[in-house]
Structure formats: structure tokens, C-alpha cells
Design a protein around this ligand. Structure first.
Ligand code: PLP
Length: 446
């Protein structure tokens, strides 16, 4: 508050600095600023006061509980965050010139990540993506590492398959070989999982999703611990990775966030913990309902006790600070609001179920206040083809569902009536909510 009183005219919300650049008192100040010899924000491709607010908050959230200092750089998208995080490791090794570099990463990743790794890195740049198919098998990870491996990368829980592995073990493995572990923890958010606490060096967040739940725009972030592990001979990069990205590579490449997106994200992050708690509880109810439904083959939700990864996930995913919470007073597991289920049927029947939703939104999106579903095989994960989807475990009868804050019974009801199309009876969808969109509640009230 004191900072707001001193600098922001007492403004209770962080001001939005919609501006390109900073003016200087004289040439000395300008020279020192552009040479990074004095604190400055210079130019909004490098830094901006509103961006700093977001970066400060995310560094604290992802570092919470780890007892290591963290820093953050916000980016224009989650994909830009991934590119920013991995590219500094994909530089030529003067000790081993001409060697083909590689990285070891799980196949169960977001579709955009799969494309960035397979097309932009592996195919176009000849940087080999060594694929971990069974990420719980530590020996598979280890068998893929050699002296040209630059980093290990995993997404957990993965979108949409909810893959999960033993984070601390994989971090130890990376460090044994002198390389960093990078984790995309978008699906969990720092309210439920903070990989740095368990040994990860760098964390990716697609801020677009649950962090900035309002859904106004696209943004991302890279959060890193001080003194990351890497064999690359670049002391500044290793000492403070995110700040290094900000001052040098991202200044030159330009994947920065806009101050407007940063401000919108900060505002939403204030409610992150309570949303993730509420949505996780609702998702559990929905998952339990689907798990016993006759038209559902399988439910992927880490909270379900009979899920093969439930025990492992329970060691890592819990609501931050529940032990200090009046309501709980002890540590409680929460498994997030993303789940997937496999329809007992073929691709066409899966689409029929999907098309019958009246309340759940059909969109390639997640993290919203509204429940949203997609069929990854024909949307987020269509570009990687049949073979790529097989590797990532994404069959055509899989529906990804991200549960919002509606009453869970309403979502359950929508799923139940949609799955009823598989009963063979002709169902006429007459619910007004969908066709009338935003106007529906007003109409219903009349
Ligand atoms: C959406 C998503 C991304 C990409 O983020 P954008 O903000 O859409 O660029 C990366 N990882 C995961 C897990 C995602 O869900």
C-alpha cells in the first residue's frame, strides 16, 4: 500500500502504463539507462511498469514455499514463453561444434507445444526432439540423455491427457547431467503446483488460461529460480534466467506482453486461489458422475482415487496454504478443473455428444468462469496427425472438459442429456441458453 500511496496517487489498482518508452532528464541518464547501469524500463519491448507488476506477482506465486529467489518475464503468449525458455539452450557448443543438439521432452504436451517442438525445432532447425512416451518411467528419460542434451521438458498435468510424473525425481535426473528441467504447469497454476519448490529450474505458464480467467487476451510467462543448472557457458543466463531473457534475448526477439494484457491478468490473479479451489471441487463431482456413466469408457482426472496416477499426483497437487485456512486447517489435495473423458463410441458419436451440449461452451479454451469443452483430435491436437496423437495418447473419442464456476449439478445435467444421444432416441435440443448466448439469463428471468 505504501508504494501505491507514494507513487500511484493511492490508486488501489495498479495503474496501466499504456506507453512505448521512457523519457530521460539528460543524455547521461539516457546512456546509463540504455546500458542497463541504472534501474529503468526504457522501452516497452524490454520493460514497462505495468509488466513489472505482473512479473513480480508471478515470480512470488511460483516461488512461494520454495525458499529460493525467483524472477519472471511475461510474454505475449504461452507459446512465446516456451520459445523464450528453450531457445537460449539451443546454441552451438564451442567445445563440440557441429554436434546435433537435442532435448528430451514428454509427448503428452499441449498441441501448440507439440508443433513447436516437432516442426519448428526438430524439422526446421535439426534440433532433435527425443520423445519421452511413458513419463513415469525414469529410465526412459535417462536413456534419452547424452552429452548434447540441452534440457529436459515436461508438462504436468498435461493438456488434455492429465499425464503426471515424479517431478522431484526428474529434476534430480536433469541435475545429475548438468542440465535444467523446464516444466509447463499451466493446467495446475501456482495455486495447486509450484514446480520450483520440487527442483524444477524454469516454469512456463500460459497466462491466457486460468491465471487470466476473464479471457480478454493471450499472454504467457517464464518463471525461473536463481542459479539454474546448465552446461552452457553463460554466467548471466544461469544466474538469473528470466531477467537475462528480459534484458537481452527477448529485447532482441520482441515477444513481449502488452501492458494492457498484463493489467488484465493481474486483476484476475487476485482470485486465483479461491477459483482453483472451487472449480477443483466442482470438477471432482463432475468426474465422479462421468466415471459411473454407462456411455463413458474412461475418465482422466487425477482426483479420482482409481486413477493410476492419483497417488503420485496427491504428493504434489494441493491447495496452497490450506493448512492456514479457517475452513480447512490442514493440507488438502486439489486436482484442478481440467479433465477428459472418453465416450463409449466412435469419432462420430463423440461429435454427436459434443454437439448436444447446451450449457457447456464448445471452444478450444480453458480456465474460464464458464465451462468449456473441446474435442482435441479435431482442434488443439489436429495438426500433429494420427501418429502424433497416438504418441500423445489422444484418441478421437476424447472430450476435454474444463469446468467453470457454474453449479456442478447444471454441468452434470448438461453432460447427462448430451450423452443421452447415444441411447439412440432422437433428442431435440431446445434449451434457450445456448442459442441466446449472453442474453439468455435476462430472458429466463422474464
Ligand atoms: C494453451 C497452452 C499453451 C499455449 O499458451 P498460449 O497462451 O495459447 O500461447 C501452452 N501450454 C499449455 C499447457 C496450454 O494449455
Amino acid at each position: 500500500m505504501q508504494e501505491a500511496l507514494d507513487f500511484n496517487q493511492g490508486s488501489i489498482i495498479e495503474p496501466i502504463y499504456l506507453t512505448t518508452s521512457q523519457a530521460y532528464r539528460d543524455s547521461d541518464e539516457m546512456e546509463a539507462a540504455l546500458g542497463y547501469r541504472i534501474p529503468t524500463w526504457c522501452y516497452s519491448r524490454i520493460a514497462n511498469p505495468t509488466m513489472y507488476y505482473l512479473e513480480g506477482v508471478l515470480a512470488l506465486l511460483d516461488g512461494y514455499g520454495s525458499e529460493v529467489e525467483t524472477s519472471c518475464i511475461a510474454t505475449s503468449s504461452g507459446m512465446a514463453a516456451i520459445q523464450s525458455a528453450v531457445d537460449p539452450f539451443l546454441v552451438a557448443d564451442p567445445k563440440n561444434p557441429g554436434a546435433r543438439m537435442n532435448f528430451v521432452a514428454t509427448t503428452q504436451v499441449y498441441g501448440g507445444t507439440y508443433q513447436q517442438f516437432s516442426m519448428r525445432k526438430d524439422l526446421e532447425r535439426q534440433v532433435e526432439w527425443r520423445k519421452v512416451v511413458h513419463s513415469t518411467d525414469l529410465s526412459e528419460w535417462e536413456s534419452l540423455i547424452d552429452e548434447n542434451t540441452r534440457f529436459l521438458y515436461g508438462e504436468m498435468p498435461s493438456n488434455p491427457g492429465l499425464a503426471f510424473f515424479d517431478l522431484a525425481e526428474v529434476a534430480d535426473l536433469a541435475h545429475k547431467y548438468g542440465i535444467p528441467l523446464i516444466i509447463d504447469a499451466t493446467v495446475a497454476t501456482p495455486a495447486l503446483l509450484r514446480p520450483i519448490e520440487h527442483g524444477a529450474d524454469i516454469v512456463i505458464q500460459s497466462v491466457t488460461k486460468s491465471l487470466a480467467t476473464s479471457g480478454f487476451g493471450i499472454s504467457g510467462a517464464v518463471i525461473s529460480r536463481m542459479n539454474i543448472v546448465s552446461k552452457i557457458d553463460n554466467p548471466a543466463m544461469k544466474a538469473d534466467f528470466a531477467s537475462y531473457l528480459k534484458l537481452l534475448p527477448n529485447r532482441d526477439n520482441g515477444p513481449n506482453i502488452s501492458p494492457m494484457s498484463a493489467a488484465l491478468a493481474i486483476n484476475d490473479i487476485r482470485t486465483l486461489r479461491m477459483r482453483m479451489d472451487h472449480m477443483s471441487r466442482s470438477t471432482m463431482k463432475v468426474a465422479q458422475f462421468l466415471a459411473q456413466h454407462k456411455h463413458v469408457e474412461r475418465v482422466e482426472y487425477l482426483g479420482l482415487e482409481n486413477h493410476p496416477l492419483h497417488q503420485l499426483a496427491s504428493r504434489y497437487m494441493y491447495l496452497v496454504d490450506a493448512e492456514y485456512d479457517e475452513q480447512y486447517g490442514k493440507s488438502v489435495n486439489r486436482y484442478g478443473h481440467l479433465m477428459s473423458f472418453l465416450v463409449k463410441g466412435d469419432a462420430k458419436q463423440t461429435r454427436d455428444v459434443f454437439d448436444a451440449f447446451t450449457r457447456i461452451w464448445r471452444a478450444t479454451d480453458l480456465g474460464r468462469i464458464k465451462s468449456v469443452a473441446t474435442i482435441p483430435a479435431i482442434s488443439t491436437h489436429s495438426q500433429q496427425g494420427e501418429e502424433g496423437r497416438k504418441l500423445a495418447g489422444i484418441p478421437s473419442n476424447l472430450i476435454r472438459l474444463c469446468v467453470g464456476v457454474e453449479h456442478p449439478d447444471d454441468i452434470i445435467h448438461d453432460l447427462d442429456q448430451a450423452l443421452a444421444v447415444l441411447d439412440g432416441k432422437k433428442i431435440k435440443v431446445t434449451a434457450p441458453e445456448y442459442s441466446a448466448g449472453g442474453a439468455s439469463s435476462a430472458r429466463l428471468r422474464k
